[in-house]
Write a protein that binds this ligand. Structure first.
Ligand code: NAP
Ligand code: 8YV
Length: 328
C-alpha cells in the first residue's frame, strides 16, 4: 500500500468545478490536475499517463474512463451518481464511490421546507410582503391548501426517503411508499407500483435516483392518479419526471401544486414551469449548506486516501462493490 507521504506521487484529476473544501483537501494529499468538464478531449497526454484517481464534480462517461488507462478510482461528489458510467467503470475494474449518509438529514430538511412552501405558499406570501402589498392591500389571502389531513407517499424509501418519512410522521401525516422492493421491518404501507401509491395518497414526494429505471416515471398517468388535490414534490432527480406532462397537469388542475428542487436539464428550467404560480421552484439546493457540502467533499477525499493507502473504498457504489485494487 502507498504511504501517506507518497500519495503526492499520485495524480488525481478534478473533473468540473471542485467545491472549496475539495479544492483545499485533495491537493493537500495528492497531485491535482483539473479539467473543466468530463470531456475526454480535454485530457492531455500527461494526464492520460499519470491520472490514477478522479474527483468527480462534473460527470464521467465511458469515453473519459477509456482515455485514462491507469485510472483506479472515481470518487464522486453527491450520493446520486447518475453522472458517472459506473457499469463501464466496473467492466474496466475501476472503483466508483459516492457520498451517502452525510447529506441525508440536510436533504430531508429541504424536502420538508419545499413541501411547506408549496402547500402554504410561503415564498408567494413573502414576495407579497416585500412588495408592500400587506400594507397597501391587507392580509395575504388564506391558502386553499393545508398539510392537515394529507396522506404522503414516498417514491424512493431509501436513506433520504426514510428521513423524510420520519419528519412527515412528526408533522402528523400518514406515510406510504413505493420502491422496487419492500423494505424489511418498515411499518409504512408498501405499494408495488407507483400508480397504486399515487392513487392512495394526495402528496407524492419523489426521492429516487436518476437513470434509465426511473426515466419519466412520474408521467401523466401518475399525476392523474394523484388527483386534483394532489401535491407533487421532487427532491430526487429531474429526469424522473415528464416535465411537459407536469406543467400541463399544473396548468389544467389535474394536480394542485408542485415543489421542485431538481430539473431534467439543469440549470435550465422549462418556461412552462417558471410561468406557473402553483409551482414552487428551488435551484437544486437539497444538500447546499457549507456544513453538508464540506462533509461530502471530505468523504470524496477520504475515499481517495483510503483507496490508495489501505486498498479499500469507504463508500463503494453497488456496481463496483467487488472491484479490488489493481496489482496490489
Ligand atoms: P438510496 O438510499 O439508494 O435510496 C434510493 C431508493 O430509491 C431506494 O429505496 C430504492 O429502492 C429506490 N429506487 C431506486 N430505483 C428505483 C426504481 N426504478 N423504482 C422504484 N424505486 C427505486 O439513496 P438516497 O441516499 O436516499 O438518495 C436518493 C436520491 O436522492 C439520490 O440518488 C439523488 O438522485 C437524490 N438526491 C438529491 C439531492 C438534492 O440536492 N436534491 C441530494 C441528495 C440526493 P429499490 O432499490 O428497492 O427500488
Ligand atoms: C448535490 C445531489 O447537489 O447528492 C446528490 O445526489 O444531488 C446533491 O447533493 C450534487 O450531487 C452535487 O452537484
Amino acid at each position: 500500500m502507498t504511504s501517506p507521504t507518497s500519495l503526492r506521487e499520485i495524480t488525481v484529476l478534478g473533473v468540473g468545478g471542485l467545491s472549496e473544501q475539495a479544492a483545499k483537501r485533495i491537493p493537500g494529499s495528492f497531485t491535482l490536475a483539473r479539467i473543466a468538464r468530463g470531456d475526454p478531449a480535454l485530457v492531455t497526454p500527461g494526464m492520460a499517463s499519470s491520472v490514477r484517481g478522479i474527483a468527480n464534480f462534473g460527470g464521467v462517461n465511458a469515453a473519459l474512463i477509456d482515455a485514462l488507462p491507469n485510472l483506479e478510482i472515481i470518487a464522486s461528489f453527491g450520493v446520486g451518481y447518475d453522472s458517472v458510467d459506473a457499469r463501464h467503470a466496473a467492466t474496466r475494474g475501476v472503483m466508483v464511490t459516492n457520498t451517502p449518509d452525510v447529506l441525508t438529514e440536510e436533504v430531508a430538511d429541504t424536502a420538508l421546507g419545499l413541501l411547506i412552501n408549496t402547500v402554504r405558499e410561503l415564498p408567494l406570501a413573502e414576495a407579497y410582503l416585500r412588495a408592500g402589498r400587506w400594507e397597501r392591500e391587507g392580509a395575504y389571502p388564506l391558502t386553499g391548501a393545508t398539510l392537515r389531513g394529507r396522506r404522503a407517499g414516498i417514491f424512493g424509501m431509501g436513506r433520504i426517503g426514510q428521513a423524510i418519512a420520519r419528519r412527515l410522521e412528526a408533522f402528523g401525516l400518514s406515510v406510504a411508499y413505493h420502491n422496487r422492493r419492500q423494505v424489511e421491518g418498515l411499518a409504512y404501507d408498501y405499494h408495488p407500483t407507483l400508480v397504486s401509491l399515487a392513487e392512495a395518497v394526495d402528496t407524492l414526494i419523489s426521492v429516487v435516483p436518476g437513470g434509465a429505471s426511473t426515466l419519466k416515471a412520474v408521467d401523466m398517468t401518475v399525476l392523474k392518479a394523484l388527483g386534483p388535490n394532489g401535491v407533487f414534490v421532487n427532491i430526487g432527480r429531474g429526469t424522473t419526471v415528464d416535465e411537459a406532462a407536469l406543467a400541463k397537469a399544473l396548468a389544467d388542475g389535474t394536480i394542485l401544486a408542485a415543489g421542485l428542487d431538481v430539473f431534467a436539464d439543469e440549470p435550465r428550467v422549462p418556461k412552462a414551469l417558471l410561468d406557473l404560480p402553483n409551482a414552487s421552484l428551488l435551484p437544486h439546493v437539497g444538500s447546499a449548506s457549507v456544513h453538508t457540502r464540506n462533509a461530502m467533499a471530505d468523504l470524496v477525499a477520504d475515499n481517495l486516501e483510503s483507496w490508495f493507502t489501505k486498498g479499500r473504498a469507504i463508500t463503494a457504489v453497488p456496481e463496483t462493490a467487488d472491484v479490488k485494487p489493481k496489482g496490489r
